[in-house]
Design a protein around this ligand. Structure first.
Ligand code: SAM
Length: 281
């Protein structure tokens, strides 16, 4: 039986590929890659190596972050003409810190079927073997590089009680760990490295210890951060606005940051809080 559809309108298959170990390609992924008309790939040369290994030969279209707009239109046109397309990224699941979101949204708008072909994804595999809470977690991906956005994201991590998952490049690891330490304090972190590869490793330490080791840690990295404990003192509904303000003032936050944080804790607009503290230094 054919895996793919034979209708007049094509289907977009979102195909996960290995994150290191080629044995992690699924039987269904191979079947779909063999049967589609076109493969859209983040890096066609990279995907060609996988296809050669699987002895599959198909027309390839490049679909990467810098041509997503133009190539989305090209893929939509082909799908409307009845072509079935498999979208793959360099490694793992497309759309997870990889191109894919644009064309998927457009397909949904145009009522073109989109089907996932599940497989490897670094963050899920790092999480499941981390030993940390897997019931509630938040995937952040790469921290923003922009200073302001980065600080906001780090503050979000500080306030989260869920497990947090980050992706990071090895040459930025030390800086990221130092930024984490500065804003969230010395929490427990699991560093999952080179998953599914020969040098696969889990390092379960606190942030301070990881900072010392960071320079020697090469390869692909996922950071799993233990969720912060919700302390009694963090139940802000019990505090008056003044007490809430003083709480953050003692932590050394600026007036602007205090207002932002109170608004967030109480789920009200910043302006509402700002009005209450006009004239306060
Ligand atoms: N789409 C991919 C997925 O499904 O996980 C992620 C692509 S993102 C551009 C690349 C990042 O994923 C790397 O910087 C690293 O943080 C993480 N990653 C990918 N492969 C990995 C591996 N084998 N071990 C650890 N982390 C990995």
């Amino acid at each position: 039986m054919k895996e793919i559809n034979q209708e007049e309108i094509g289907t977009l298959y979102i195909v996960a590929t290995p994150i290191g170990n080629l044995g992690d390609i699924t039987l269904r992924a191979i079947k779909v890659l063999k049967e589609v008309d076109i493969i859209a790939a983040e890096d066609t040369r990279h995907t060609l190596k996988l296809l050669n290994h699987l002895e599959i030969s198909k027309p390839l279209i490049s679909y990467h972050r810098h041509n997503e707009d133009i190539k989305t239109d090209v893929l939509i046109k082909e799908l409307k003409e009845g072509k079935n397309i498999a979208l793959v990224s360099d490694a793992g699941t497309p759309g997870i810190c990889d191109p894919g979101e644009e064309v998927i949204k457009k397909c949904i708008e145009e009522e073109i079927p989109v089907i996932p072909i599940p497989g490897a994804c670094a963050m899920i595999n790092a999480l499941i073997c981390s030993g940390l809470n897997t019931k509630e977690f938040e995937f952040i991906g790469f921290l923003p590089l922009n200073k302001k956005n980065r600080k906001e994201k780090l503050e979000e991590i500080r306030n989260a009680s869920k497990t947090i998952i980050l992706y990071e490049a090895p040459h930025k690891l030390e800086t990221t760990l130092k930024d984490l330490k500065e804003i969230i304090g010395n929490r427990k972190v699991v560093l999952a490295r080179e998953l599914t590869k020969i040098h696969e490793e889990y390092i379960r330490e606190d942030i301070d210890t990881l900072i010392e080791k960071a320079k020697d840690l090469k390869g692909e990295i996922v950071l799993i951060i233990e969720g912060g404990e919700r302390k009694e003192e963090d139940d802000f509904s019990k505090l008056s606005l003044e007490e809430h303000y003083t709480y953050y003032e003692k932590k050394g936050l600026s007036k602007k940051d205090i207002i932002k944080q109170i608004a967030k804790d109480r789920n009200v607009s910043r302006n509402e809080i700002y009005q209450k503290f006009i004239g306060k230094n």
